[in-house]
Design a protein around this ligand. Structure first.
Ligand code: KG4
Ligand code: ZN
Length: 354
């Protein structure tokens, strides 16, 4: 079954064709992120305008790259929320139009369910050698860490399970992005802060350990405030220089990762039936987080998976096509159902409790 996925919730315009939920035949991503570098963040109206310019060329290229015709597509999966409403509407309007013109069913997908599915994606070349044994095994514990979300999920199937923890303030990606602004780095801050941190010593500065008594919840705003005051103090005592800046970046990154990993450690103890530990979303591209998750997996004899390539960590339509495939398998009534594009869809609708 070939599903065309469309994702346009923020500043990425993406279309992808995925076969049977796993094999990525094409994945095209156009990003307007560079336009926002100097402005320190996405401007919603500008992002929506860019989506409008990119969407049709991106869909056409996804068909060309996969050497397929519209008649080869079985269904269209589209992100219907949450995200920037103007950007989302470009994707859902395009999907509705193609669905009518091509006569194909439409599958509305929650952006977060897309990220949760990203560990199922395989580049077409690798899919040839992948066997059924390689399919991820439920129950899966998934840490979803992006610029908008930091959630922990325990799932017994793609759409079954529960949200066991979430952030009470900023998301992990926001902690990276806001920290990067304080350190004078360009938007989006995660990759830049992480690159600077690679050159520093992570043991130099101690940051607080948030929410010691709420082991499944996340909080990052205190870390960001500590960074702000640490920098201010170091500047006032004339200690702020390039080496200090690198060490601060490294210690700050380490504090964010420590906080994330401490929640995973707790969850593995609380959910001993867990077969696999997955980490998805933009922040799952982070090298230190990857290392620490692999160490945790080894310690607990639990298989650890990240999205196969970095482009599947950040927003992409492959994950939406994959989620659409598993959604129609587990909840067939979702296909072709009427839906309302929404900027603020709740996380509760991602899974049903067992
Ligand atoms: O999933 P995503 O592309 O978009 C959202 O749905 O938010 O995630 C973007 C976030 C940004 O906050 C970005 O700074 C962060 O992911 N990010 C990283 C890295 N690469 C991207 N954070 C830490 N280290 C990275 N290497
Ligand atoms: Zn995302």
């Amino acid at each position: 079954m070939n599903i065309l996925g469309i994702e346009s919730s923020c500043d990425e315009t993406s279309a992808s064709i995925v076969q049977d939920g796993r094999k990525v035949l094409s994945c095209v991503i156009a990003s307007s992120g560079k336009d926002f570098e100097k402005r320190g963040g996405v401007i919603p109206e500008d992002a929506a305008r860019k989506q409008l310019e990119s969407i049709l060329p991106v869909v056409e290229k996804s068909l060309r790259d996969a050497s397929l015709e519209p008649s080869d597509i079985d269904a269209i999966a589209v992100t219907y929320g949450p995200g920037l409403l103007g950007s989302l509407l470009v994707g859902t309007t395009t999907a509705r139009t193609l669905s009518l013109v091509w006569g194909k069913p439409i599958i509305p997908v929650h952006h977060t369910l897309g990220h949760l599915s990203s560990t199922w994606l395989l580049n077409a070349d690798d899919a040839q050698r992948a066997t059924a044994v390689d399919d991820p095994q439920f129950p899966v514990l998934t840490l979803s860490v992006s610029g908008g979300h930091t959630d922990l999920w325990y799932r017994t199937a793609h759409t079954r399970g529960q949200l066991i923890g979430h952030t009470i303030d900023d998301a992990a990606g926001e902690a990276f992005d806001k920290g990067a602004v304080l350190l004078g780095l360009p938007y989006p801050g995660g990759p830049a802060l992480s690159a600077l941190a690679e050159t520093g010593d992570r043991t130099t500065y101690e940051f607080p350990h948030p929410l010691r008594h709420a082991p499944f919840s996340f909080s990052f705003s205190g870390l960001k405030t500590s960074l702000k005051y640490l920098k201010r103090n170091l500047e006032s005592t004339h200690e702020w220089n390039d080496t200090v800046r690198r060490n601060v970046a490294s210690s700050y990154e380490s504090a964010i990762v420590d906080h994330l990993v401490s929640r995973l450690e707790h969850a593995l103890t609380a959910y001993p039936g867990t077969k696999e530990l997955h980490c998805v979303g933009g922040v799952s591209a982070n090298r230190v987080l990857r290392e620490r998750c692999h160490d945790l997996g080894k310690k607990n004899a639990t298989r650890v998976r990240f999205p196969e390539t970095l482009r599947f960590c950040t927003d992409n339509a492959g994950m939406i096509a994959s989620a659409g495939y598993f959604l129609q398998r587990e909840s067939p009534t979702i296909v072709g159902s009427s839906f309302r594009t929404s900027g603020s869809l709740s996380l509760q609708s991602v899974t049903k409790e067992d």
